[in-house]
Ligand binder design. Structure first.
Ligand code: ADE
Length: 238
C-alpha cells in the first residue's frame, strides 16, 4: 500500500479521478480514499494546508492503512534563480524552517524527540521517481532541501530568514517536513514531490493562483505514471 497526501483538493483530485472503486474512511474531518490506481493499492487524503494538518493526517493514515511508503505530492515555491515555475523538486531531505528553539542553544530547525534538523527522504523511491520525471518532462527535475513552515512565502523577511538559516533550500511549502517528521516517528519511508507554482517572491501572490493548478496536475501525472514501478520497488525492498 502506498500512501499519498496532498494539502489542497487540487493536489489530490487527479488521484481520486483514476482510483478504482475507492473505499472511504473518515477520521474526524480527514477523509481517506483507498483503492487501486493502475493496479497499485493506494490510499489518498487531502490534509489541508499547514504542518499540524499534515502531520495528523499522516499519522492517521499510518495507523489505519500501514502504508509501506508515504508520499507528499503537490506544489511549492521554487527558491533560487535556477528553479523555475513548472520545474519539479524532489526532497533529498526536508526541514521545518519555522521550528525555532535557538534561544536554548539548538540549531534552527532542530526537532526534539527525533534529535535532528533535516529528515531524509527515501533514496531509492526518490531516485526511481526522478528517473521517471526526467523522461516525462521538458522542465528541470531537481533534488534538494525542501523547507516547510506554517507560512505562505512571498519574499520579504520570511524568505530572507529561510535563506539565512537554510541556504541550500530549493523549495518552500507548508507540509512536506511535517509528513517527513510523522513518517520518521512512524518508521515509514517517505518521499516529497513538488511541482513549482511560484518563486516564493513578491510575485508569488499573483503566480500561485495562476500556476498552482498546472503544477498540481504535473505532480499527479508524474506519480501516477510511476506507481507500478514504485510498487515493484516496494515489493523488492520487502
Ligand atoms: N506552496 C506553493 N507556493 C508556496 C509558497 N510561496 N509558500 C509556501 N507554500 C507554498
Amino acid at each position: 500500500m502506498i500512501g499519498i497526501i496532498g494539502a489542497m483538493q487540487m493536489e489530490v483530485e487527479g488521484y481520486l479521478q483514476v482510483m478504482h472503486e475507492p473505499v472511504t474512511k473518515k477520521v474526524g474531518l480527514h477523509t481517506f480514499y483507498s483503492g487501486q490506481i493502475d493496479g497499485v493499492d493506494c490510499v489518498v487524503a487531502c490534509c489541508g494546508e499547514g504542518k499540524v494538518n499534515a502531520a495528523l493526517c499522516a499519522q492517521s493514515m499510518m495507523l489505519l492503512f500501514h502504508p509501506q511508503l508515504l508520499i507528499n505530492s503537490g506544489v511549492a515555491g521554487g527558491i533560487g534563480k535556477d528553479v523555475h515555475i513548472g520545474d519539479v523538486v524532489f526532497a533529498g531531505s526536508v526541514v521545518e524552517h519555522d521550528m525555532d528553539i535557538t534561544p536554548l542553544g539548538y540549531p534552527m530547525g532542530y526537532v526534539c524527540g527525533i534529535d535532528r534538523v533535516e529528515m531524509e527522504a527515501d533514496e531509492k523511491a526518490t531516485a526511481l521517481l526522478m528517473e521517471e520525471a526526467r523522461h516525462v518532462y521538458d522542465g528541470t527535475v531537481w533534488q534538494g532541501l525542501i523547507a516547510s513552515g506554517d507560512q505562505f512565502i512571498a519574499g520579504g523577511e520570511k524568505m530572507a530568514r529561510i535563506l539565512q538559516y537554510f541556504p541550500k533550500t530549493m523549495a518552500c511549502e507548508m507540509e512536506g517536513a511535517a509528513i517527513g517528521h510523522a513518517a520518521v516517528l512512524g518508521q515509514v519511508p517517505f518521499v516529497v514531490l513538488r511541482a513549482i507554482s511560484d518563486n516564493g517572491n513578491d510575485d508569488a501572490k499573483v503566480d500561485f493562483p495562476q500556476f498552482a493548478q498546472m503544477a498540481s496536475k504535473k505532480s499527479v501525472q508524474l506519480l501516477i505514471g510511476a506507481l507500478p514501478k514504485l510498487a515493484t520497488l516496494i515489493k523488492q525492498e520487502g
